[in-house]
Design a protein around this ligand. Structure first.
Ligand code: BGC
Length: 266
């Protein structure tokens, strides 16, 4: 099936680098107009927007901290100003502040929960409010709107030394499923993507040299993922090719969530 997102507007949060940037590029390649949200790095976001425009696509970069209600409101207002509507939200912004539980500060706990979980709530809420003001355009998409939450394998795999992150992603799972249960009848599709180990800037240490060898023991498929692996899943989930997929988490992890430690054990 040929996937086209022509005539649709996608907002990707946290898109100045890594998975968000890959998703924005993938959506633009499929024909969507994209809003590239960034928090602290305007330059790479502007550069990506320029690249997309130079290739004949439509893109703008917009700064906002997704953990702040007023900034999320502004982000959505800018999206409407640029492209007049919203069809696809990729709630991707996320960060890690790692430490053993006994040393974890309340500030690091709150920062991770605020961005990774509250940020996804605020953006999903704003997207749903916008979808409610729009009509289905069956010639463009069978759904009134689509929300894709960026989760992680750590929505199911406990992660010592990262309890704030794992708790935030566990929260994303039931946030997504509860929203999906609530808004499905409005023909709004809500799903998550749960990446495993992907080669992005955040993971440079874990995905090179000896650390990579150790990491590969956790990945039955035998390779570290690339941002494009996730982008391909984002584009599919945002398109009518997945029109009957709703309230589900797609694991893009080379099998990391299969408990590979049990291959020769247990
Ligand atoms: C984290 C990565 C980690 C991967 C697998 C992701 O959610 O952001 O840092 O490598 O999970 O553990």
């Amino acid at each position: 099936m040929q996937i086209s997102l022509k005539g649709q507007v996608a907002l990707v949060t946290g898109a100045s680098s890594g998975l968000g940037a890959g998703a924005a590029q993938g959506l633009a390649d499929a024909g969507a107009a994209v809003v590239i949200n960034y928090h602290s790095q305007p330059e790479p976001a502007e550069k990506l927007a320029e690249q997309i425009r130079a290739a004949g696509g439509q893109a703008v970069a917009v700064g906002a901290d997704v953990s702040r209600e007023d900034e999320v409101e502004k982000l959505f207002a800018e999206t409407l100003k640029a492209f007049g509507r919203l069809d696809i939200l990729i709630a991707n912004s996320g960060l890690q502040k790692d430490s053993p539980i006994a040393e974890m500060t309340l500030e690091d706990w709150n920062t991770v929960i605020n961005v990774n979980l509250t940020g996804q709530f605020l953006c999903a809420r704003a997207a749903l409010r916008q979808f409610a003001r729009q009509e289905i355009r069956p010639e463009v998409s069978l759904a009134l709107g689509k929300i894709i939450h960026m989760s992680s394998v750590h929505q199911v795999i406990p992660w010592a030394g990262h309890v704030n992150y794992a708790a935030s992603k566990g929260g994303v799972n039931l946030l997504m499923r509860s929203i999906a249960q609530e808004v499905g009848e409005q023909r709004i599709r809500v799903n998550s993507i749960a990446p495993g180990a992907i080669r992005t800037a955040i993971n440079t240490k874990a995905t090179s040299g000896d650390a990579e060898k150790k990491l590969l023991e956790l990945i039955p498929y035998g390779r570290v993922g690339e941002a494009e692996d996730v982008a391909n899943a984002v584009v599919w989930l945002a398109s009518d090719a997945s029109d009957y997929v709703h309230g589900t988490t797609l694991f893009i992890d080379g099998g990391m969530s299969l408990y590979p430690e049990f291959r020769n054990n247990g």
